[in-house]
Design a protein around this ligand. Structure first.
Ligand SMILES: Cc1ncc(COP(=O)(O)O)c(C=O)c1O
Length: 438
């Protein structure tokens, strides 16, 4: 499975962005997150073009939770996308990168008063209100401010997105947003309308992540448009902005066939055109909020192979080969969190036939299996293992479990590698430690 600018060199090495993976591992060490910069930019452009061709007023926001650092925020701005941030830390990163505050959208199901104040002080473009409690906080915080804060109200549309339960968000029984069916969403909007200092601009619904089709998005859109009709009846107001969230899936395994960005845009915009016409609603500005499908396939993690063990097993009778790598659940917790599956191959033997069935084990003091079963080229200690499609929700979910340093990240493009996140040093691991009697 070769993605983006990946190819195999004459020496049989994996190459990404014109740099071979073996030299990247030598220069920057492993584990290493390698981002194919041209692929990220191509995805940004594909989103912008696909939606602009089908709908008159669109903004694409990158969901920073998928992967964010200063260089990523810069790249996203250079590509003309807006940015969704969901914590003080993500907001701070965006601001320090020089991201225009007006193009920031602040999310979160339990924003603190301090986070909301920070967002208001920064003049972020939109705050997405997630609860009536948040409205209590905002009412107090906006009192006396000169600039009214534009807000969207996040609704729970009550649809089942058919994805792993830990990344479902659009169903009725969810911690996210205000329930459409219970009346909480209508109450939320009416409270925004009554609050001096808040400006209601529209509605947000994100149904879930890594979705294989656009069925749940379309159902959510229908629910939101029905809500827009009720809102018009009860308040006379139109929704100016409709944020359809993110959620498009990517290729993790060679046989995965997710919707293309184009097909996703087609499904969403045709449902929106139809739904608006049927209800005689004015056209809102459409916002979409992709994370995984911008950066997921563009990231490859490189590891060095260490211990290899053949272990006798009873079922089926035989031997299982465990290939241990120098990272694991600290740099990619997704397999442990929600049974995420990955493909892998040896970057230094990429031209050789894959014939050895192995289990890829991390180095943590838990079961820590990164890949349950994958067919590799014949593995030996010192080989460089490449795990593709690891750009999203890996570094952003990384930890220091077992006091492992979080890996470095590089952007590669046209034969050049740029370090965008330094590897943590052992001293970095002690930076926050305090000896009580010191
Ligand atoms: C509110 C919101 N928007 C956008 C996204 C991005 O989703 P994805 O990375 O699946 O595109 C998420 C992630 O779950 C989210 O919670």
């Amino acid at each position: 499975m070769l993605l983006g600018t990946q190819r195999i060199t004459v020496r049989g090495y994996l190459e990404i962005g014109g740099r071979d993976a073996v030299s990247l591992a030598e220069e920057f060490g492993t584990p290493l997150y390698v981002f194919d910069e041209a692929a990220i930019r191509a995805n940004c452009r594909a989103y912008t073009a696909a939606f602009a061709a089908r709908y008159p007023s669109v903004a694409v926001e990158y969901a920073g939770k998928a992967f964010l650092c200063l260089a990523m925020a810069r790249l996203i701005h250079e590509e003309g996308l807006h940015l969704d941030v969901a914590s003080a830390g993500e907001l701070y990163t965006a601001l320090r990168a020089g991201f225009p505050p007006a193009e920031l959208v602040f999310h979160g199901n339990n924003k603190s008063a301090a986070e909301l104040r920070m967002a208001l002080d920064a003049d972020v473009g939109r705050i997405v209100v997630d609860s009536l409690y948040e409205l209590d906080l905002l009412e107090r915080l906006v009192a006396g401010r000169r600039r009214p804060q534009e807000v969207l109200v996040r609704v729970a549309p009550g649809v089942d997105p058919h994805t792993h339960r830990r990344i479902q968000t659009g169903q009725a029984d969810t911690k996210f947003g205000l329930n459409l069916a219970s009346g909480a969403a209508m109450e939320g909007v009416k409270r925004v309308l009554r609050t001096h200092g808040l400006l209601f601009t529209g509605v947000h619904a994100h149904v879930g992540s890594n979705l294989r089709d656009a069925e749940a998005h379309v159902q959510a859109l229908e629910a939101v448009l029905d809500f827009a009709v009720r809102l018009r009846e009860e308040t006379g107001l139109a929704i100016e902005e409709l944020n359809a969230g993110g959620g498009l899936g990517i290729r993790y395994l060679p046989h995965d066939r997710p919707l293309s960005i184009d097909a996703f845009a087609e499904a969403l915009t045709s449902a929106l055109h139809d739904g608006l016409a049927r209800r005689r609603l004015p056209r809102p500005r459409l916002l979409v909020e992709p994370g995984r499908s911008i950066v997921g396939e563009a990231g490859t993690t490189l590891y060095t192979v260490g211990a290899i063990k053949d272990v006798p097993i009873a079922e089926p009778p035989g031997v299982r080969t465990y290939v241990a790598i120098d990272g694991g659940m600290s740099d990619n917790p997704r397999p442990q969190l929600y049974d995420a599956v990955y493909h892998a191959f040896l970057a230094n033997k990429a031209d050789q036939p894959a014939e050895t069935i192995v289990r890829i084990a991390g180095k943590h003091c838990e079961t820590d299996i990164l890949i349950d079963s994958v067919t590799l080229q014949r593995p030996e200690p010192g080989d460089i293992l490449a795990v593709p499609s690891t750009g999203a929700y890996t570094y952003s979910m990384a930890s220091n479990y077992n006091r492992l340093s979080r890996p470095a990240a590089v952007f590669v493009r046209d034969g050049r590698a740029r370090l965008v996140i330094r590897r943590e040093t052992l001293d970095d691991l002690l930076r926050q430690d305090v000896l009580p009697d010191a």
